[in-house]
Write a protein that binds this ligand. Structure first.
Ligand SMILES: Cc1cc2nc3c(=O)[nH]c(=O)nc-3n(C[C@H](O)[C@H](O)[C@H](O)COP(=O)(O)O)c2cc1C
Length: 344
């Protein structure tokens, strides 16, 4: 019978627990989404969008890296392959107070491939190893790698094992594995998240072959029951699209995956708690939809979900007083849910 390692509630590793992570997603997991997600789960480990090393070193650093302490535990995902640049970024990540620094070896986009960033690096394990070693030397944060199970032309299990072993020797202990290959020519990034089949068994095999490593499984996980089953085979889970489109999924994470029975905010309380955050954002010159575009799926599956989504995606642009609309929505959603006697 298979030993149940990771079903134990607490993994005794330094750094944040990765039993449940919300994936890095460009344009989606910005600081507004993360603030919102954190209201629903205290324990989920959140990741930033990928930030390239060049952008960190030459761009508007505060805009790219700034976050609210309430977002913790929070990991920074970097894109790049230049070891010395990535090392500087790792130092900066530590100064900013991130809990982990992660290297993206999974993004299949042409744009990043041309700069030797993302999934194409799976063909260059020694380059990734060099980068990881430099990042580890430059900071005391856990340095983790997020990658695919392969890329076209390099998709055997042996090659995957070689990649993991080489990068592990450079000091990486945690591998976040998107359980499908990336096809580097001919598919868009979106297609590369849908067309190559999911192969969880490859990730399970990796855990069996490298039991000392922390292996986090990613790709296509959409419900807590499956996640619990996966946690019997690997050390942690990462959820992307479902955590974005159906954010209240996170409401079960603390209790069912971390054994924390503290009360969870209802959906309406999440809305109420977002109000002062939105008001601050407006006062600093921002627009309400920057924040609320991430909240459209909050009521998914409940009465009024479509109304909520429509008001926040189109009506919002017609209103002079966006906060007034937000207040009306709180009252409307509250009435709709009470009428149907639904848990808010
Ligand atoms: C809009 C979008 C943007 C993404 N951006 C990134 C990124 O910046 N870095 C990264 O490693 N993966 C990125 N991904 C991939 C996700 O992190 C994740 O690996 C993938 O969506 C599979 O997980 P899921 O099936 O739970 O969504 C992105 C995915 C989406 C949908």
């Amino acid at each position: 019978m298979q030993a149940k390692r990771s079903a134990d509630p607490i993994i005794t590793r330094p750094g944040p627990s990765r039993r449940f992570c919300v994936a890095p997603m460009m344009d989606w997991t910005d600081r507004h989404y993360r603030y919102f997600a954190r209201l629903v789960s205290r324990h989920a480990l959140l990741y930033t969008e990928m930030v390239t090393s060049g952008a960190v070193l030459k761009g508007d650093r505060e805009r790219l890296l700034g976050f609210d302490v309430a977002e913790h535990p929070l990991a920074l995902q970097l894109g790049g392959s230049n070891a010395s640049e990535l090392a500087q970024c790792a130092t900066i990540a530590e100064e900013y107070g991130y809990a982990e620094v992660n290297l993206n070896v999974g993004c299949p986009s042409d744009r990043v491939q041309n700069n030797l960033i993302g999934a194409c690096l799976m063909a260059h394990p020694h380059l990734v190893a060099e980068a990881v070693a430099a990042m580890r030397d430059a900071c005391s944060l856990p340095v983790t790698v997020k990658h695919r199970i392969g890329i076209n032309g390099r998709d055997s299990y042996e090659q995957l094992g070689d990649f993991v072993e080489t990068v592990h020797k450079a000091g990486c202990e945690t591998f976040i594995v998107h359980a499908r290959i990336a096809i580097l020519e001919g598919l868009s990034p979106k297609e590369n998240r849908e067309i190559p089949p999911l192969r969880y068994e490859v990730v399970h095999q990796l855990k069996r072959d490298f039991p000392q490593l922390e292996i986090i499984i990613n790709g296509g996980l959409v419900d807590i029951e499956t996640i619990r089953t996966e946690l019997e085979l690997v050390d942690g889970t990462m959820v992307g699209r479902e955590a974005y489109h159906n954010p209240y999924l996170l409401a079960d994470v603390d209790r069912l995956l971390f054994g924390d029975d503290a009360p969870v905010l209802s959906r309406l309380d999440v809305l109420r708690a977002m109000r002062p955050y939105i008001a601050r954002h407006l006062a600093s010159g921002g627009q309400m939809h920057h924040v609320t575009r991430h909240m459209l799926g909050l009521f998914q599956g409940l009465p009024g979900a479509r109304h909520f989504r429509r008001q926040l995606s189109s009506e919002i642009h017609r209103r002079q007083d966006p906060l007034g609309l937000f207040d009306e929505l709180i009252s409307e959603m509250s009435a709709r849910l009470e009428q149907r006697d639904c848990p808010a």
